[in-house]
Design a protein around this ligand. Structure first.
Ligand code: VGL
Ligand code: ZN
Length: 192
């Protein structure tokens, strides 16, 4: 379905960080496949001067989600480490707004809205529709889309620019996001 990018739209790239790419501490299978389409969306958004947000998992070293603390995950995205950096292949413009999340030891946060200024920033800028892609479909993308919809934003889910940690969970997450009202789209749906 054709998506006409226009004033009131914003782009949210979820957690496109080295640790979530293949070879990273919590590498998402085929995760690097999101980068090429995301660069296309970035270019389309920049051309229309839309706001661009990039969330990042930004954990302290002793974060509760890490196995040594009894959590489910290997250590990943420790703040200020190379694994926490955005992929250097991602063509993030210098004016992209970084949203750091899950920054406190005792609490995890999968959604880019959870404990951040994202909702306030979007509202302040009169954004009413958010295009969302990134990693991972079954965790941070799912929870970010859920929160965006629940907060009243229209959501476009960039289906060519998401990948899952678990394939089955990813398929279920994608179906759930669409059921919640997210409109699926791919780069070819966006006018150049
Ligand atoms: C994520 C697992 C742990 C994600 C973050 O970005 O989807 N997944 N922390
Ligand atoms: Zn994490």
């Amino acid at each position: 379905m054709a998506i006409d990018l226009t004033i009131g739209d914003a782009l949210l790239l979820v957690d496109v960080q080295n640790d979530f790419l293949p070879g990273g501490a919590l590498g998402v299978p085929d995760g690097d496949a999101v980068i090429a389409p995301l660069n296309g969306y970035l270019q389309a958004a920049a051309r229309r001067q839309l706001l661009i947000f990039a969330s990042r998992d930004w954990h302290p070293r002793n974060h509760c989600s890490f196995k040594p603390q009894g959590g489910p995950w290997p250590e990943h995205c420790v703040a200020d480490t190379p694994g926490a950096q955005f992929s250097s292949a991602l063509a993030l413009p210098t004016n992209a707004i970084t949203i750091s999340k899950a920054t406190r030891p005792e609490r995890d946060a999968y959604s880019a809205f959870d404990g951040t200024w994202l909702q306030a920033l979007l509202t302040q800028a009169n954004v009413d529709r958010v295009l969302i892609g990134g990693l991972a479909t079954d965790y941070c993308v799912l929870n970010s889309v859920r929160d965006a919809v629940a907060t009243g934003f229209r959501v476009v889910l960039l289906t060519d620019a998401i990948r899952a940690i678990d394939a089955g969970d990813g398929a279920r997450a994608e179906a759930q996001m669409i059921r919640l009202g997210a409109v699926p789209a791919q780069l070819s749906d966006i006018e150049a």
